[in-house]
Design a protein around this ligand. Structure first.
Ligand code: MN3
Length: 213
């Protein structure tokens, strides 16, 4: 049985950018529903004892398991999304992640423009991601529950652009929500922890393991 992980901060911690009401609804109702559905669909199957990450990977390319993949991937994506934000986050990062952004995007502003374009340009429900693709940082978008976890890319940062993620606080203004995520909320410490151990002194930590299964 999977359980709903607690938010990594208080429900009020991201206000005024994401309200207490919005976080309660998004975490307690939407995220919980994905966890509960995953548990229902794996009950009495060999996947009942698997971690969430294993369920996502094992169902990702199996059309017969599409319903389970959608629920499990959404559960995993949300856990990763909560970790992608923090109070007083966002803005221009420093340290290793800043060096990598400069190397792979040219400037922070170029990264921000690409990320905002991916997040606002995703038609309908989905996600915007910063990922490592063959060791290079890249911005990608996915539809519905699709997740880089299912492929070769390593997730670094996730932004939920389903309407339920922003409608309470921003109504239909997705671009405003995306701007606030970039300027006020991104957890760059978490992003850096997902870069892997190319620095010998850093302990090996993978993005996938950061999210408790
Ligand atoms: Mn959501």
């Amino acid at each position: 049985m999977l359980s709903l992980p607690a938010l990594p901060y208080a429900y009020s911690a991201l206000a005024p950018y994401i309200s207490t009401e919005a976080l309660h609804l998004h975490h307690d109702k939407h995220h919980r529903a994905y966890i509960d559905a995953t548990n229902r669909l794996t009950q009495s199957t060999p996947l009942a004892t698997s971690t969430l990450e294993e369920i996502v990977r094992l169902t990702a390319h199996d059309d017969a398991k599409r319903a389970l993949f959608n629920q499990a991937a959404q559960a995993w994506n949300h856990s990763f999304f909560w970790l992608s934000m923090k109070p007083n986050g966002g803005g221009v990062p420093t340290g290793r992640i800043a060096e990598r952004i400069a190397a792979d995007f040219g400037t922070y502003d170029a990264f921000g423009r690409q990320f905002a374009a991916a997040a606002t340009g995703q038609f309908g429900s989905g996600w915007a991601w910063l990922v490592l693709d063959g060791g290079k940082l890249k911005v990608v978008q996915t539809a519905n529950a699709e997740t880089p976890l299912a492929g070769q890319q390593v997730p670094v940062i996730a932004l939920d652009v389903w309407e339920h993620a922003y409608y309470v606080d921003y109504r239909n203004r997705r671009a405003d929500y995306v701007g606030v995520f970039l300027d006020r909320l991104i957890n760059w410490d978490f992003a850096e922890s997902n870069l892997g151990d190319t620095d010998a002194e850093k302990p090996k930590r993978s993005a996938a393991r950061a999210v408790a299964g």
